[in-house]
Design a protein around this ligand. Sequence first.
Ligand code: DC
Length: 224
Amino acid sequence: MKKPVIAIDGYSSTGKSSISKVIAEKLGLIHLDTGALYRGVTWFALQNCTDADDAIDLNKLFSSLDQIELEFRNDHGELVLYLNHIDISKQIRTNEVSDNVSIVAKQKEVRDFLLHSQRSLAEKGGIIMDGRDIGTVVLPNADYKFFLTASIDERTNRRYFELAGLGIQADREQVKQNLIDRDKIDSEREIAPLKQAEDAIVIDNTVLTKEETIDLILSYIKKI
Ligand code: DC
């Protein structure tokens, strides 16, 4: 039997990636955190494509896209993102990247650059991919589509503790503002905006634990 293709979209810090990772383990699927790819391109831009004011120069980035090689490697069961053979899994979670990623992800050149590899990874089935446009653009024929949402205060708490767990000190108000700003840019952009696919199952997990959200998603997968 062909293994399923599952799309998980939703707002920032709704737990999409950590939930997808567990579901992948339970169902024997590959997990692709597409947000990490956009973060990887942003980290590259911050290192290599800035102007005199240290802001990202998008034109420099567009002409350097062919120098970017992003790859996930399995490190003791954890998928670790490498940029040109260097582990950047910690760097992509920094505030500097979070503050710039939505502007980078808005660009057609960047989205086209990442679209092909995302689609080809799903060709053989057996994958769960999380992001913002998976059910709408990347994999419109996915077998299952879920859209995760939660209140902004709950999402702020989750992101704050995620950063603390990575040893990154953050200001709670700044974390909240970054989530609000990113969701706005992601939802309002012209190309592949963050939006629920018409055939997606919406899950508000404000009062659900990670385990409860996973169980709910699995119950739908088994039912359909
Ligand atoms: O899931 P995340 O917070 O790590 O994603 C980082 C940013 O990348 C997010 O603000 C929007 C962008 N993104 C996107 O535009 N499309 C995707 N499929 C995944 C992420």
